[in-house]
Ligand binder design. Structure first.
Ligand code: BGC
Length: 454
């Protein structure tokens, strides 16, 4: 049985129906404000047009390179599109050392170009002409398909000299500086766009793409006449365009203050991007573990967990010393654990604190804390998804999803569905589909569709 005091501790994370409705209305308003030229500068859900106007048909063919920067790893991929909705992907993961994440932009792009050159060499393609799609998963103002001006860094990146610059040009210049391969950057895209495209490749009804990974964001297909910021010449021949919502920034105008907790405020205050990406800080993998860590500290202080142990101050020390000590993946592992064995939970507790056999009660308390933090994240994500699904003009809407939190958390999908059922309009038919490597396949598809429509 859970202690009433533990329930009370977690109450601020439990969103009431009223709060869900209110966040939903505020979110929809911000989307509308982001799309309108007159309100766009003040809006915090920016809704940037991506210039991707054609969804794949499934018959795309050819070899494409893709780069994926913006999660925990950096990847180079070779995607072979084979028609008949089919593709194969060959990829290589490279680490992005912490000092590169906060070093100079030129260094970062030189590192990327270096990895790219190694990859091309390994695949014996040095002499081939290769079109490249660059999945760059940060907020960008797109001026066209291959020009993306970085608005701000997120997710712990902070490289000097890139904000306000065209990342397509920076990549192109880094490739030219090396001069050892014939690679053309033909498209810059967000990972949410890649997710939508890769799901649309399989299912023609996909209209929304969502990432809940290190960061959190979504994109969707909008009618061109609602997208004030799209250049007029792009409105003539096409009816719709993918809009990158950049919903991670939602709440920066105070819209979420009525649901943010003291723990959310602390996560924000200690982050390198204070007062920014507030919705992301309640939903994304980069922050969820830290939220649990802060709640655990409070639970220790109030003697709500590890009550029997005299080592509580020592446990608190472990949690205080390192913000990243409670990894987000533990949340998934703990919620996946079986009762009453709690084998994974006990292993995590042992690794963290050196505590041999946590009691069933302690495991239950820890699980409840994780559940409340994850469920709130899923509910908030689903509020955003509902807002976008309800905006699309299609009756049947598939939501393409990806990201480590969504993929590995055993109940994230179910939690999301509960909220979607409440908020999506009754005349819509919807479902969620897991994306297959949106950042790679999606990048190749954007590049392919772009060359097809030329
Ligand atoms: C970025 C988005 C991205 C998301 C998921 C956020 O921090 O602003 O552009 O889509 O992370 O990777």
């Amino acid at each position: 049985m859970l202690d009433a005091e533990v329930r009370e501790l977690m109450q601020p994370f439990v969103l009431s129906d009223y709060q869900v409705q209110e966040v939903y209305s505020r979110f929809c308003l911000e989307v509308a404000r982001g799309l309108k030229r007159s309100t766009h500068p003040q809006a915090n859900v920016k809704c940037f047009p991506t210039y991707v106007q054609d969804l794949p048909t499934g018959d795309e063919m050819g070899k494409y390179l893709a780069l994926d920067l913006g999660g925990t790893n950096f990847r180079v991929l070779l995607v072979s599109l084979k028609g008949h909705h089919d593709a194969t992907v060959d990829s290589q993961i490279y680490a992005v050392p912490k000092d590169l994440m906060v070093g100079s932009g030129v260094q970062l792009f030189d590192h990327i170009a270096g990895c790219l050159a190694k990859f091309v060499e390994k695949h014996d393609m040095k002499t081939a002409y290769l079109p490249l799609g660059f999945t760059f998963s940060f907020p960008c103002v797109q001026l066209g398909l291959k020009e993306g001006i970085l608005v701000r860094w997120t997710k712990g990146f902070d490289c000097a000299g890139v904000e306000g610059e065209d990342v397509g040009r920076m990549l192109h210049e880094a490739i030219q500086r090396r001069g050892d391969a014939d690679i053309a950057v033909v498209a810059i895209l967000n990972d949410t766009t890649g997710t939508l495209m890769s799901c649309a490749h399989r299912n023609a009804d996909c209209r929304v793409g969502v990432i809940v990974g290190t960061g959190c964001n979504a994109c969707y297909v909008e009618d061109v006449e609602n997208v004030d910021l799209l250049r007029a010449d792009f409105k003539k021949s096409k009816r719709s365009v993918i809009v990158n919502a950049e919903w991670g920034a939602f709440g920066e105008g105070g819209q979420l203050d009525f649901v943010r907790t003291e723990y959310d405020r602390e996560v924000d205050e200690k982050s390198i991007n204070r007062a920014e990406q507030l919705f992301e800080k309640m939903t994304a993998g980069m922050y969820l573990g830290n939220l649990v860590r802060l709640v655990l500290l409070r639970a220790l202080e109030r003697k709500l967990i590890f009550k029997q142990s005299s080592r509580r101050p020592e446990f608190a020390g472990v949690l205080q010393r390192n913000e990243e000590v409670f990894e987000t993946r533990y949340i998934s592992e703990i919620e996946d654990d079986s009762f009453p064995e709690f084998a994974s939970t006990r292993k995590i507790v042992k690794n963290l604190f050196g505590l041999e056999k946590a009691s069933v009660e302690d495991c239950q308390t820890l699980r409840y804390i994780c559940e409340c933090v994850a469920k709130r994240a899923a509910t908030l994500v689903a509020i955003g998804v509902s807002g976008l699904v309800n905006r699309t003009s299609n009756r049947r809407v598939i939501v393409g999803m990806d990201g480590s939190v969504y993929r590995y958390h055993p109940k994230f999908d179910a939690y999301m569905r509960q909220t979607l059922q409440k908020l999506v309009k009754a005349d819509k038919e919807w479902d969620i589909m897991l994306s297959e490597d949106g950042s790679g396949r999606g990048a190749a598809l954007v590049a392919a569709v772009a060359s097809k429509s030329k």
